[in-house]
Design a protein around this ligand. Structure first.
Ligand code: AMP
Length: 430
């Protein structure tokens, strides 16, 4: 028996009709395109311009400080080495966008860049519902603006996308991480509080105690959550400028009619995050409830080699989770990619006529499909309706003689005779 091939676990083929396979993405390519269109439409209203960066990036862009291909990196990311260079399949798109912004000196053109992206990301996760190895993110970044209105604009843009798709059951959690002066003090206080409880912590949290204590606040372990109830709060350490910034963000988000909660335990693992952090959750998603997340990352550009600090804020969202959320609401809308016209032909001469006529109708802007070989009329009409064509033009010997085609409206199930010369008018009908 010859070898057969399958896609890699945690990745999906996106096909026109997923009902044919349990292995493919459960969402049709028409559903994906529809979501992407809504995203593009909403971000356009915010004046965001698209940026596309490579999927392949230098490893140290993502694993700064870790540098080489270590165990940690290869456990979490798809990274590999070739000709003395380390590469990574991007696990997220913010660092690539900031790399591009700095590399091309984009601030020269516009001091404040408002950018959006859509594309695949890769993480070496254990695949489960809502968590994949190749997944797709869209997001927006406002780069070059330190003020709180940029944070508000990013949050409004993110929420608008979900609202546009009818998702109302969302919870926005907001927090402020302070700045590079207040955070180290808070970290030290948290370490001091947790140290006496070291032996009660899980192995993961114990290792975080030294190198990433803020991430312990993220814990899902109920015992640890209980322990954290009495832990010092970041808000007690926050600098007054960050506090003012946060108050304005909260006030404006509230004014925008977006319900939110202040979650003092919401953190970001990496040191380049400053001030605002947020997460959008959907209670309908189950275990993987995060629809989107984001925040301010004023220190990232300097980490990436910029001489001057470049303040920035953005959000990143998962398309798969968005598709799951809309389908939970019973919304399976897809763009209609059926052709305008299907030309069914009977006989050799009619088949050639069909190919030529299809080309002529396409140059008028029509989407036209023809049978590509002789088939029975019944088979061709079945093909036409499976493809969701609007009209079927039927042409055999008689029609060629009279230059008048039989045209069937496949949605209304009506039929009429139309002279060949008038066939382009079909494309103008609504
Ligand atoms: P993050 O960069 O981890 O904050 O991710 C941003 C968003 O991407 C999350 O809120 C999810 O919607 C989505 N996401 C992250 N990781 C995965 C994954 N492995 N599979 C599917 N979606 C993901």
């Amino acid at each position: 028996m010859s070898k057969t091939y399958k896609n890699i676990k945690g990745t999906f083929d996106i096909v026109p009709d997923p009902s044919i396979s349990k292995d493919a993405s459960p969402f049709s390519s028409g559903q994906w395109i529809r979501i992407e269109r809504v995203v593009r439409d909403v971000v356009r209203r915010y004046g965001m311009q698209e940026i596309r960066t490579p999927i392949l990036e230098p490893l140290d862009l993502i694993a700064r400080g870790i540098g080489q291909l270590t165990d940690i990196v290869s456990k979490e990311m798809f990274a590999f080495s070739r000709d003395n260079t380390d590469y990574v399949l991007r696990p997220e798109i913010t660092a690539p966008v900031v790399r591009a912004y700095l590399q091309h000196n984009m601030s020269q053109l516009l001091p404040v860049q408002q950018l959006f992206y859509i594309g695949p990301c890769f993480r070496a996760e254990r695949p489960q519902k809502g968590r994949y190895r190749q997944f797709h993110q869209f997001g927006a970044e406002i780069i070059g603006e330190p003020g709180p209105m940029a944070d508000v604009e990013v949050i409004r843009c993110m929420v608008d996308i979900y609202k546009e798709l009818g998702i109302t059951n969302m919870e926005l959690r907001l927090n402020s991480l302070g700045d590079e002066t207040s955070r180290p003090q808070y970290k030290a206080a948290l370490q001091e509080y947790l140290e006496p409880h070291r032996n009660d912590l899980s192995e993961t949290s114990r290792s975080r105690l030294e190198d990433n204590v803020l991430r312990i606040l993220d814990t899902k372990n109920p015992d640890e959550q209980r322990l954290l109830q009495d832990a010092p709060r970041l808000s007690a350490f926050i600098d007054s400028e960050s506090e003012d910034h946060f108050n304005i963000v909260c006030e404006m988000v509230d004014k925008a009619g977006i319900p939110f909660v202040h979650d003092p335990f919401l953190v970001r693992g990496l040191d380049y995050y400053t001030r605002t952090a947020f997460e959008l959750e959907s209670p309908d998603l189950g275990a993987q409830s995060a629809l989107a997340g984001g925040g301010r990352y004023d220190l990232l550009a300097t980490e990436l080699g910029s001489k001057n600090p470049v303040p920035a804020v953005g959000f990143a969202a998962g398309i798969e989770r968005l598709l799951i959320a809309v389908s939970e609401l019973g919304d399976t809308a897809a763009i209609d990619d059926g052709p305008d016209i299907y030309i069914a032909s009977l006989g050799d001469t009619a088949l050639k006529w069909a190919i030529d006529t299809a080309a002529a109708l396409r140059s008028d802007g029509g989407a036209v499909v023809t049978a590509l070989a002789q088939k029975s009329l019944k088979a061709q009409l079945k093909d036409a309706s499976k493809r969701n064509a609007r009209y079927a033009i039927i042409v055999g010997e008689d029609e060629l003689q009279s230059s008048v085609a039989t045209v069937r409206d496949l949605r209304k199930s009506t039929q009429e005779e139309i002279p060949f010369a008038s066939l382009p008018t079909l494309l103008k009908r609504s």
